[in-house]
Design a protein around this ligand. Structure first.
Ligand SMILES: Cc1cc2nc3c(=O)[nH]c(=O)nc-3n(C[C@H](O)[C@H](O)[C@H](O)COP(=O)(O)OP(=O)(O)OC[C@H]3O[C@@H](n4cnc5c(N)ncnc54)[C@H](O)[C@@H]3O)c2cc1C
Length: 392
């Protein structure tokens, strides 16, 4: 096998995607080094992380094979069994049901910090060597491998380097992977809220002309909200006092769960579509947010990144079982093309949904009514929502 030094892969970035990637590669028998720029968050049960994901079953299965999912479930993961989507302008309602898929749940609502905490707990036993805190500063590569230099002066040689260092990826920039970026001019306002009526283990999403508003079921009867708003409007609601915020939110959600009563601290994050044009440059790969940032309306940010990792696992396993070089350029390129097409399709699918629904132009209002009034009327759109929700 072609490789430089003792390492098969150096993974840069130890968020959910990077840590899972390091574990997957180690599980396939590779020598892996993980580099992370800051101490990972420690999950605290009494301080829930505002960044939550609608975690899909295929990714739960991936984490189960790594021996991590059981500890996530034991700590805190709220199953959701149904998903209800409707439009403030009227029309019908989409209702996705786990029963229709013969499943117990469509997925789980899980905190980012909890996933990171449990993935990191599994690194030592998997034999992953960790450099933390350390940031990648330079990279060079030739036909046989890569050399990564860290800001503490350490040099790491490996057969491949994997950029999992998030949306502002340094490694991606260092190797010159091209990026296209579109700011939506929207922000996602996140908070935990208590509601008058129980959430019923349903993920609710109401489309308003300002953007979608999601109420995701969370432990302790609370809901986690993701409220997409134009930048100025997001700043305005962030500055409201709790009581006014709760009233404004109740109205925006058409009091579907009765009055919003308790509100946690709030935060907001800017929304953009950011896609790399290539996933592979020589022996450097990009995955997770380093490769694709998508609109959060279907809660798919981390799910797409973990699917990059699952596809990489298939590549490595297939090559290793045939005693072939898993890092051969044609194999990496094939992986990259497959991920590029799937993630680009997903990103533009969410884009279209955001555009069609976050708009009050007459023809788009009619289209929305058609989509929500007769499920199946616009099959690709409905299909996309359905599949992304259920991870199939
Ligand atoms: C506030 C917030 C809320 C969000 N809410 C949602 C949501 O509700 N639903 C959703 O789907 N998505 C959401 N997202 C997006 C989601 O968090 C990302 O899709 C997901 O975290 C991607 O995981 P990742 O591991 O690829 O990247 P990240 O989680 O960004 O991890 C990257 C890691 O790389 C490290 N790093 C960065 N640079 C370097 C370097 N030079 N050297 C070494 N290490 C480095 C960072 O410290 C970090 O640990 C949210 C994002 C934010 C910021």
């Amino acid at each position: 096998m072609s490789r430089r030094g003792d390492n098969d892969a150096v993974v840069v970035g130890g968020g959910v995607v990077g840590a899972a990637c390091a574990l997957v590669l180690a599980d396939a028998g590779l020598q892996v080094v993980l580099v992370e720029g800051r101490e990972p968050p420690r999950w605290q049960a009494d301080r829930p992380d505002l960044r939550v994901y609608a975690f899909a079953p295929d990714n739960a299965a991936l984490l189960a094979t790594l021996g991590v999912w059981g500890s996530v479930l034991a700590a805190r993961a709220q199953p959701y069994r149904r998903m209800r989507v409707w439009d403030a302008a009227g029309g019908g309602e989409l209702d996705f049901d786990a029963d229709a898929l013969g499943r117990e749940q469509l997925g789980w609502i899980v905190e980012n910090d909890l996933l990171v905490d449990r993935l990191w707990a599994a690194l030592p036993a998997a034999g992953v060597r960790v450099h933390c805190p350390a940031r990648v500063e330079a990279v060079e590569q030739d036909a046989h491998g890569v050399r990564v230099r860290l800001d503490d002066g350490t040099r790491i040689d490996a057969a491949t380097a994997i950029a999992a260092d998030g949306a502002e990826s340094t490694l991606r920039s260092l190797v010159g992977l091209p990026v296209s970026r579109h700011d939506y001019g929207q922000r996602g306002v996140v908070a935990f809220v208590e509601t008058e009526l129980p959430h019923q283990a349903i993920a609710w999403q109401r489309f308003l002309t300002t953007g979608p508003l999601a109420f995701l079921p969370f432990a302790g009867g609370r809901s986690s909200i993701v409220w997409t708003l134009p930048d100025a409007e997001a700043n305005r609601v962030l500055a409201l006092d709790d009581a006014t915020f709760a009233r404004t939110l109740t109205t925006a959600f058409a009091a579907r769960l009765g009055e919003v009563r308790g509100v946690s601290a709030r935060a907001a994050f800017p929304l953009r579509r950011q896609l790399v044009g290539e996933y592979v440059r020589g022996r450097v790969l990009a995955l997770g947010d380093a490769a694709h940032v998508v609109h959060p309306l279907a809660g798919q940010g981390v799910n797409l990144g973990l699917r990059d990792v699952a596809a990489l696992r298939e590549l490595v396993r297939g090559a290793v079982s045939r005693r072939a070089d898993w890092a051969a350029p044609h194999r990496l390129q094939r992986w990259g093309r497959q991920r590029l097409s799937e993630n680009t399709l997903a990103a533009y699918g969410f884009d279209t949904i955001n555009k069609v629904f976050s708009n009050d132009e007459m023809h788009l209002t009619l289209l929305r009514g058609a989509v929500l009034g007769k499920v199946g009327c616009v099959p690709p759109l409905v299909d996309l929502l359905w599949k992304r929700a259920a991870g199939v």
